[in-house]
Design a binder for this molecule. Structure first.
Ligand code: DP6
Length: 359
């Protein structure tokens, strides 16, 4: 499939005004997306668990205006104007205009809120761009009611990707692959697809408890981060490794081998951080408490044989991943031994979820 698939032909309907509301969840990558080419094409394939509780809810109201060649929109965060979010939306609209030629014909009011605490250090770009893309597709569907459900979701993921790469994995559940991988049929660099093969019971309702170690501003923006992979001495090997890890996970998803799952997932997290530590300029995004938590998880796992592991994003927070059937013992462990390493003892309990929904 090529990008031009998503350029619509003339619309069959016209609509003066209206509104929609969609929620889209965050997601947590198991094989990480780190490094990209032009037009938000990932340097390697990734796979993620779609989350359930951490989400963005976005209302989009629209009213027809004169097409004066400009985008026109108001941006509200929790009902209040939020000027500093506007440039990101402006850039998003510029990137997707070819695919949404109606954008300059409406004035939009975008009202957005997150279910997770503001400035918790949890990236809201994936859920935010996911929710906005779904709203824009709802509008396009009004203009073109013949659109299929499959096209709707694929294009929503395609648009979300142009807003933020990982956002394309926030449309569908429960596991999403983004990026062309030879052994995953239908996988594409242009949008995320629902993981298409058998998944073992062990992964049903998989739990993710997010430990908020550092809620500060991101030290490295994702744009700068991905750029670090250009001319990175280990880039090619890393990209090849992501393909191999997806192959290995495919077997693991089917047979439910949690020991092997843990090896891949923790190695991916540490490799992501290793890439940052070995780039020029170099960064350490983990904090002392990130390491305390990792060591405590390893000790607990060794002592109990409970299959709990961690993964990391491009920051200091730790995602603690575990199957549903060990939930009680892991939560007891988290509360007694890990929460003290969190800023203001904050953590968020989440689990695998089904993707974006209209609200
Ligand atoms: C470390 O999707 O935030 O979370 O495409 O520049 O918006 P942009 O990057 P972004 O990168 C996320 C990287 C990651 C790993 C992952 O989610 O796969």
């Amino acid at each position: 499939m090529i990008s031009s698939t998503f350029i619509p032909s003339a619309y069959s309907q016209s609509i003066e005004n209206g509104g929609f509301s969609w929620s889209a969840p965050s997601n947590i990558a198991l094989v990480k997306y780190w490094g990209k080419k032009d037009n938000q094409i990932p340097a390697n394939p990734s796979v993620s668990f779609t989350l359930n509780n951490c989400k963005t809810i976005t209302e989009l109201a629209f009213v027809k205006k004169e097409n004066d060649g400009n985008f026109s929109f108001d941006l509200l965060f929790e009902g209040k104007p939020k000027e500093d979010f506007k440039p990101k939306i402006q850039k998003f609209f510029e990137r997707i205009e070819t695919y949404c030629p109606f954008l300059k014909e409406y004035h939009f009011t975008i009202n957005t809120q997150n279910t997770f605490p503001h400035s918790s250090g949890i990236a809201s770009s994936a859920s935010g761009m996911g929710a906005l893309a779904m709203n824009l597709m709802s509008l396009e569907k009004e203009l073109n009611p013949d659109m299929t459900e499959e096209y709707f979701l694929q294009k929503a993921s395609f648009l979300a990707r142009l807003g933020s790469g990982s956002a394309c994995r926030s449309i569908k559940g429960n596991m999403v692959v983004w990026g062309n991988q030879k052994n995953i049929e239908g996988s594409s660099d242009l949008f995320g697809i629902e993981y298409p093969y058998a998944v073992h019971e062990n992964f049903k309702n998989y739990q993710d408890t997010i430990l908020l170690v550092d809620k500060g501003e991101k030290q490295v923006s994702s744009t700068v981060g991905h750029d670090l992979m250009h001319n990175h001495p280990f880039a090619e090997q890393r990209f090849a490794q992501a393909h191999e890890n997806l192959d290995k996970l495919k077997v693991i998803f089917e047979n439910g081998n949690l020991e092997e799952f843990i090896k891949i997932v923790e190695s991916e997290a540490l490799t992501l951080h290793a890439m940052m530590m070995t780039s020029m300029p170099y960064f350490i995004l983990m904090k002392p408490n990130t390491l305390e938590i990792i060591n405590a998880i390893w000790k607990f796992r060794n002592e109990t044989n409970i299959p709990v592991c961690f993964t990391l994003d491009a920051g200091a927070n730790v995602h603690v991943l575990y199957p549903e059937n060990v939930k009680d013992s892991v939560l007891t462990f988290i509360k007694s031994e890990l929460v003290s390493f969190c800023q203001n003892s904050q953590y968020i309990c989440d689990q695998i979820g089904a993707g974006a929904v209209e609200v």
